[in-house]
Design a protein around this ligand. Sequence first.
Ligand SMILES: [Zn+2]
Length: 251
Amino acid sequence: MEKMSVVEEIRCSHCGAPLQFQPGEIIATCKYCGYTVVVETGKAFTFEHSILLNKYDPTQIEEPVKAWMRRGFLKPSDLARKSKITEKNLIYLPFWVVSGKAESTYKGIFERLAPAVVKEGKIAREYEWLILARKATEFPTREYKVPLEGKIPYDFRRVEAFAKVLNSEVDKEDAVELAKQQIEHNHRYLVQQDVDRIIEMKTELNVHQVVYLHSPIWFVKYEYKGRTYQLLIDGATGTDIKGEIPSSGFG
Ligand SMILES: [Zn+2]
């Protein structure tokens, strides 16, 4: 996790409470009233801001953690019994959800079989593409199936006192640009199934909607045979997002 030294503070223009933010943060949310402000201008954030609700308290979260430990043949068989949970932190991570239709047209050479031929094609897909709005946080965004159907308008009263809410370090325009680049990268991979060499490719992203979203993620650490491992659990569903697995000790 990042260091959390507070360096700047403004007054929340809605409730007057101190609103603290870190260098690099672009959009900040007041923890006392939920007011969300664009730091640079001091003006209200006017786009859709949503939240996914967390369903676990620090005791309950141990259940999906233990279930994960017991599941799957790659794990040591005594993992659930012998490991100790040493940290359980609930963090609401900020994301941008870029919804839209991406269309790539391409031209390339298919040369797997002789004679080589020039092929043209098109890939068109709808996306709800997730961009993590933090720069230094390590999070496997592509492995996180965000349960968007559960999102509600951001409500600070639903954020637990023990949880931490991170602000955005990425603005909306940059998020859309990043989404476009990542989708194109994804399409390039798909195109390479069809042609061996790409001559030209063009991708357009027709954005329908961009939502700023806070998602509850449990950062869990556990100890097993003297070493510490990390597991990430989606607090909205209890689903494991990514977990470090100790080697089974066979080699
Ligand atoms: Zn406030």
